[in-house]
Each structure stands twice: as C-alpha cells, then as structure tokens.
Design a protein around this ligand. Structure first.
Ligand SMILES: [Zn+2]
Length: 460
C-alpha cells in the first residue's frame, strides 16, 4: 500500500479550477499533510521547488510517477442508486414508471436481506473505486440495516461517500412490499442513520456523510416531505432527490401540487446549498433561477436520460446561469458505472441537441438549438471540480486545502485503450484522448484523502 500521508508526489497531469480552462502541470511537486489534504502544489520554476523536493527525498517521503502516467483528480459521481447495481446493463426496455414497478422496486426490496446487501455493495464500491470514482453520492434503500452496511463498506474501502436511507411512504405510489410503514418510521429511519454515520467509530474524519433522501415527490407524502425539510435544516445534512426527470414524473407533481418539482421542493424547505437534484431535465428558466438562488446542485445524468427521460438536460443554459452542475451515472438507469462513459455521453448528447437528429428535416430546420454543445474541457470540469462544488466539498482539484483524491492514468498500459503518439500528442490533447478513450485498465492507482484505495495496483 502506497499511502501518501505526510509525503509528496512528483507528477504530471491535469486539473481544472475554472470551466473551460485546463491546467496541464508537468513534474509538479504536490505535498500532503498527515490528514491527506494538499499542503502545497509547486511547479519546477517555483522558488521552493528544489529545496522541498530534496527535503522530502532525504526523508524517504517522495513518490515519483513514471513517464506516461498522468495524475487526474478523482471523479465525483453525484447520482448512484447503490442497490440497483445487480441490474446494471439490463432492464432498459420500458419507461421510468414501468421500470420502477417491474424491475427496480422488487430488486431494491431484496435489501431486507443483509447478506445480499453486503455482497452487492462490496462489489459496487470496489468497482466504482476501480473506475476512478473517489466521491459517491448514494441512494440506498428504505432498509436501516442494509444502508448501514453500505456506510460501513465505504468506510472500510476508504471511499468518500454520502449515503441516504431512501424515504418512500406514499402508499399510493409505492408497492406494499417496499414502502416505509408510516411517515414516523420514514423520519425515524432517516434520523437514526444520521446518528449512526456521524457517531461511527471509524468515521472521525467524516469521510462518509448522511444524506436526507426523499426518493422523489411521487413516493413521499406531503407530511413527510415537510418533516424532511425541517430535519435537513436542523441536522445541516446534504439532501438528494430526483427533480423533473421525465414527462410522467414532472406531470405527476404538476397534477398533485399544481407547481413544478423545483417549486414544490423549495416550498418544503428541501432546496439548500447542500441539495443535489438528479436529472432536472424539464426544469424551466424560472426553476433555474430558484435553484441558483438556493445554491443547490444538479446531477446531470446524460446516459440514463437517454433511456428514461423524454428530454436532454439544458446543460449549457444551466452552466451559463452559474448553477452548480456535476455528473451522475445514475446506476442503473444509466448502464455504466464509469464517469468516463458519462463524460462521453454528456459530450455526445450535447452534440445531438445542437445538430438535431431527424434526417427528414433539412439542415436549417433540423435543430432548434445553437451554442449548446460542450467540449472535453467542460466534461472534465463536470466530473471533477463541478461535482465538488455541487457538494460543497474540497475535492475535484489539486489546490492547497483540497483533499488529495486522485487517480493515475497509465497511458502505456498494454491492455488499456489509450494510444498516444509522441510526435502528435502533447498538452491538452493528451487529456482529450484520455477522456475519450480511457478504460478501467488504464487506471493504475487511486488515492482518496491520500490513502491508496485501489486493490490491485499496477504501480509500485
Ligand atoms: Zn435516480
């Protein structure tokens, strides 16, 4: 194990602190404190560089990445349904409202079985770390024990995680075999999970945080939504839920409350600086203003949206309005647990939105949008710094005070999928190739808070 607490690493790599701008650093000296936070980032031309490098080396506290390896910030996945991992890559043939009842609720109900939960959650957390996901925002299930097991597993694996007991107490919309018994029980379950995670003996550094998690408005009663809004304020916890995902869900809330998801969640006190709204495809311009005013974040889930939503999230408009946006895999609505795949999907759907898709229309009529496409710099920002900002956590970039959550991309890995040409590829183009072509086999190392967390490291 190659933990970096109190050490320094010399690395070349990429990060972004502002959308649209890539910082390509070469042989930077990144020094870490004993708590895994970044103390300083020095470049070879900085005054202290040689002296600090020598001091760390003399103390046996210097790690150097080999040539062809690039350091990237770990990814922040803003939307994962942990219990749905067993159906990743399947159940993609029906609309959301059918998918929930036919496949998803029966699967999630199985997490009443702690042994099943332990096996499934272990595999998920290991796989996500291997994919470079260092911070994960998880929906669990309604079950207390299984949700605690997920928090335990994240702590043991060393993954930065936010874990929520899902609240579903509206008997009209939830099956009788998978429903909180009462509003009181839904609330109590949430409170007990908050207490469990915050007082966990292995969680002194708050690596894992509890999240207030109403599944979405259809699954919750008004009394419970209101109580959760009050609880979120009292406990200062993060909040996560779904927002205006599909026509059915968006229409349901309009019919029940006469207002959009955004306005309804706001009325219940559920929109705050630490709220992350999944999807938000059908939000209006006024909704965006409200979300921005509250400082809430949005999990853009481009791959899942292609299967379960009826629209492409207006990403560029949200970014230009200054909303906090990151990426979500939405396991298993999105059939990939990799944020590389989701960066590519974000790029891809933005291109289709820009160009239009109907060949029966002429080029002038085919698209109603212009200027909505993004490039690899934006996608990289969303998966790293954007996710960190949405969660209000010091992750996603290599800056002093930030946690050292990072991955090493080995561009020379024989079984990897990146092929670089020395005379053709340099600087930002290397990052572009990494984003478009990297696979799990290229991820040689993953650190979270300076802790080496990848089980089968390819590097010494
Ligand atoms: Zn979801």
């Amino acid at each position: 194990m190659d933990h970096l607490h109190g050490k320094a690493i010399i690395a070349s790599g990429f990060h972004t602190t502002r959308r649209g701008e890539i910082d390509f650093f070469q042989n930077a000296l990144i020094s870490l404190g004993d708590d895994g936070a970044i103390l300083s980032v020095l470049r070879p031309h900085d005054t202290d560089y040689d002296e600090q490098k020598r001091r760390r080396k003399d103390a046996g506290r210097l790690v150097t990445l080999p040539k062809g390896s690039y350091l990237l910030p770990g990814f922040v996945d803003l939307h994962i349904h942990a219990p749905q991992y067993p159906q990743l890559g399947s159940a993609l043939d029906v609309p959301l409202e059918v998918w929930l009842q036919k496949y998803t609720f029966p699967l999630e109900a199985r997490y009443a079985d702690a042994a099943f939960a332990r096996k499934s959650y272990r595999l998920l957390v290991d796989d996500l770390i291997a994919n470079g996901t260092t911070t994960a925002l998880y929906f669990a299930t309604i079950h207390q024990e299984a949700t605690r097991i997920l928090a335990d597993i994240c702590l043991k694996a060393g993954q930065r995680a936010l874990v929520g007991k899902v609240v579903m107490d509206n008997a009209d919309q939830c099956p009788d075999y998978y429903c909180d018994a009462s509003p009181d029980e839904a609330l109590r379950g949430t409170e007990e999970l908050i207490g469990y995670i915050r007082s966990h003996p292995a969680n002194a550094g708050a690596l894992v945080k509890p999240v207030v998690t109403p599944r979405f408005i259809p699954s919750c009663t008004d009394a419970t939504l209101e109580a959760l809004g009050t609880l979120a304020k009292q406990c200062g916890c993060h909040v996560q839920t779904h927002c205006s995902e599909s026509d059915w869900e968006h229409g349901y809330v309009l019919e029940r409350h006469g207002i959009t998801d955004t306005d309804s969640l706001d009325r219940f006190g559920l929109l705050g600086r630490h709220t992350v709204l999944a999807h938000s495809n059908l939000i209006t311009s006024a909704n965006m203003d409200t979300i921005r005013a509250r400082g809430s974040g949005i999990a853009h889930c481009p791959l899942s949206n292609a299967y379960f939503s009826s629209a492409v999230f207006p990403l560029k408009a949200a970014l230009e309005k200054g909303l906090h946006v990151g990426l979500g895999t939405d396991i298993s609505g999105g059939p990939s647990g990799s944020l590389f795949d989701n960066m590519r999907s974000a790029l891809f759907v933005a291109r289709l939105l820009e160009s239009g898709v109907d060949p029966n229309l002429g080029p002038a009529e085919r698209s109603r949008h212009s200027g909505v496409w993004i490039d690899f710099r934006d996608a990289f920002y969303l998966a790293t710094t954007g996710g960190g900002i949405a969660l209000d956590l010091p992750v996603g970039q290599f800056s002093p005070g930030y946690q050292f959550d990072a991955m090493v991309i080995d561009t020379t890995a024989q079984h990897g999928t990146i092929r670089l040409w020395d005379d053709l590829d340099s600087s930002e183009n290397i990052l572009q190739k990494i984003i478009y072509t990297a696979s799990r086999s290229n991820i040689a190392k993953v650190w979270i808070g300076g802790r080496d967390v990848l089980r089968s490291s390819g590097l010494k």
